[in-house]
Design a binder for this molecule. Structure first.
Ligand SMILES: [Zn+2]
Length: 442
């Protein structure tokens, strides 16, 4: 409640009581009012005091900073603490930018959205879902009616054939003309980018990519089976998901390095989604089955998942090694990597699975700083939002995660969340626990 509403509420109560009790309670209410004004200053600002700020642009850790937040923004970082500011104790803690999961599907009911935030994920890129539904959720979040991450969404992906998955509506384009019509339809819907799937024909893909280039719309997604990874880069596909198209198109390390340098040169990003590969190859089923955070996924969703069968796996395990090798090789080039999970798929947990991806990026050869960057600065630059997010700087949005331990020393420390700020809104550990508790199912 805002202080003004509170004051008016008190004076209203006072009038009622005056009538009822002949003014006998007047001093009591006046006292309450004074007490309220004395102890509930208008919090013009919030300060995270004496915190170590992790600079994702340089990997520096800057201790003893006071980060001041007003409204939705960071207004200063340094020694000053404004009078009357609400203080959040940052001593011994570490502050990172809000995390982005750059490959999710928002298929399920709205109460999954607060979970992303509860796990420090303040932004998601939705790679295919029902556009109307996601738009409505996004509106509610942006109006402050519900808690959730920033959302960018493709709406329905474009593919060469209709979808047999009712959660994933697609626009089927069998010819170049269909592809151009699909582009117009998505443009009119005001989607944020176009997602392409695997079965688009070569001609249709190039027609779609040409429209995307012409109208300056990002084309993201799979590399269709009909084209090579080199074709996709040539066509200026903005991001390549899952790396499988790259596996097919490069046969040696030196060719892979040349490919990633070419991606860097034209601005194509790579989203390896290593956790997806782990799930497909059943590499760590035991951990997936025993993840304590599974209780936050509604039973209706969990029961729709296929059972994990480790014996199905062996054939793809070698392929996954190749994917990890490719992911590691990206660090020897300037290509930007985006952290993504395919959350929405079976055996994913909104928000939590992003931390698994960060851990896998490190397993593939990233430094903790490079993994953090793939979920913070790299997404912000990719979306063209570097001015307002991606790092902790004066003037940027206060999307922040306060950690109990240093993520540059051990990437698993991104899970040790003491508080989250999303658009300047402070969510204490207590509040985050409440969000999780309302989503917990036994
Ligand atoms: Zn996906």
């Amino acid at each position: 409640m805002s202080p003004w509403i509170e004051v008016r509420f008190l004076s209203y109560r006072f009038q009622l009581d005056e009538q009822a009790f002949g003014g006998s309670r007047y001093p009591e209410y006046l006292f309450a009012l004074l007490l309220f004004l004395a102890f509930a200053p208008l919090h013009a600002a919030t300060v995270i005091r004496d915190v170590t700020v992790i600079d994702v642009t340089s990997s520096a850790a800057r201790p003893h900073q006071n980060v001041v937040i007003e409204g939705q923004k960071i207004v200063s970082i340094g020694p000053a603490i404004p009078a009357g500011a609400r203080v959040v104790n940052g001593r011994g803690k570490f502050l990172i930018p809000g995390l982005w999961d750059m490959h999710v599907h928002l298929w399920y009911k709205q109460n999954q959205l607060p979970m992303f935030v509860a796990f420090g994920v303040t932004g998601v890129q939705d790679m295919g879902s029902d556009f109307q539904k996601v738009s409505a959720w996004r509106d509610a979040i942006e109006k402050g009616q519900s808690i959730g991450p920033h959302i960018v969404t493709s709406g329905p992906p474009v593919d060469g054939r209709a979808s047999d998955d009712e959660k994933l509506p697609v626009i089927a384009a069998r010819t170049p003309d269909d592809a151009r019509k699909a582009f117009d339809k998505l443009w009119d819907m005001h989607v944020d980018f176009i997602k392409v799937l695997s079965s688009l024909s070569r001609d249709s893909y190039f027609a779609l990519a040409e429209q995307a280039r012409h109208w300056d719309m990002r084309l993201e997604g799979h590399i269709p089976i009909s084209v090579t990874a080199w074709d996709a880069v040539e066509a200026r596909q903005a991001s390549i998901e899952h790396l499988f198209g790259v596996m097919k198109s490069v046969s040696t390390d030196s060719e892979a390095l040349r490919f990633f340098e070419q991606c860097a040169a034209v601005g194509t990003r790579i989203s390896p989604t290593l956790v997806l590969w782990q799930r497909m190859a059943h590499i760590d089923d035991h951990r997936l089955k025993n993840d304590a955070s599974l209780k936050y996924v509604a039973p209706q969703i969990r029961t729709s998942w296929p059972e994990l069968k480790e014996e199905d796996a062996d054939a793809s395990k070698e392929e996954v090694k190749g994917i990890y090798r490719l992911t590691g090789l990206t660090t020897q080039t300037k290509v930007e990597v985006l952290a993504g999970t395919d959350t929405g798929d079976p055996w994913t947990i909104p928000g939590s699975t992003l931390h698994d991806e960060l851990e896998q990026l490190v397993a593939a050869g990233f430094s903790p700083h490079q993994a953090l960057r793939a979920a913070t600065l790299a997404p912000a630059k990719f979306l063209g939002w570097e001015e307002s997010m991606g790092s902790i700087e004066k003037g940027k949005l206060a999307d922040l995660v306060l950690l109990d331990a240093n993520p540059l020393e051990d990437i698993r420390n991104t899970r040790k969340i003491a508080a989250v700020f999303v658009r300047g809104r402070y969510l204490s550990r207590l509040r985050l626990n409440q969000i999780l508790a309302t989503n917990a199912h036994d």
